[in-house]
Ligand binder design. Sequence first.
Ligand SMILES: Cc1ncc(C[n+]2csc(CCOP(=O)(O)OP(=O)(O)O)c2C)c(N)n1
Ligand code: SF4
Length: 291
Amino acid sequence: MSLNYMVPASKFKRYLPKDYVELVNYGPFGKTFAECGTKNMGKYKELVEEHPMCSGCWMAYYIKIIFASLPNPEHTVTIGTAGCGRLAISQAAVPFIYGNYGDQNAMASGITRAFRLRFPDQQKDVITIAGDGGMMDIGFSMTMHAWFRGEKFTTIMLDNEVYGNTGGQESGMSVKGAVLKMSPKGKNFNKMPAMQLAITAGCVYVVKMSPTNINKAAKAIRRAIFAARELGPTFIHAYTSCNIEYSIPTPDVFKDAQEMAKGRFAFEEFMTDEAKELFTVVEAKKKKEVN
Ligand SMILES: Cc1ncc(C[n+]2csc(CCOP(=O)(O)OP(=O)(O)O)c2C)c(N)n1
Ligand code: SF4
């Protein structure tokens, strides 16, 4: 995809859906992060606006942040799988690829490599976005092997600590003892250490967080994308509660996320020395572009 495909021919413009024209005129394509990033959300036409996820779903909120953080939305492809998140991700004005349950990182490996061959002079960003079941249970081998192979794309795990979309089975990321609708006896093994697994498997940048601070969340997503372009696999492990399966009243969803930010989702950031060096250069350049 490129801007050339998105800008409608002037004579054709009046026949196009209003939504599309507004996206071209007032959306983030071709704009800077300072103009159409997380700081200005609500003031421009966002890449994902309407979606069928539950009212107050924290995952849907975080997905909006992901799309508002993209450094280059017109050259980005997202890859997802079965699970609640794909209901919103597939509504975004960014190409979305949907495969069999759990194979998102295998698909992303092929697509990233194909892009590098087909568009050697154009940076394309590939991001997989999937739930904890898709990423750490059924897709576990494909997630891990993509990391071990050093595939250069970003993996974002939407961890709601349950299979939300299928009515509340425990996942490897549920905590020990968690009692869920379809795990009435309580889970009997520990939450998987996703961050440590990612570091061991060779991810060059890894963050664990509860995304209560929008700008901090955006910074992590952008860093993950910048590092994946140059250095290797990157991973964001975000807490995205399921207020339905964990019976969190909608007005308390933010409070719950704040509690998590003080607990098992306290902010942790890992980066290799090369990634650190890269961020110093890239972030100084971006700052200069804004001033
Ligand atoms: C191969 C296969 N097995 C099972 C399913 C059924 N299925 C759909 S979504 C889902 C679980 C989703 O849980 P998770 O990945 O954690 O995402 P969430 O819905 O919680 O966001 C399952 C088991 C499927 N679609 N394909
Ligand atoms: S079931 Fe849970 S994760 Fe799925 S949309 Fe509803 S609140 Fe969000």
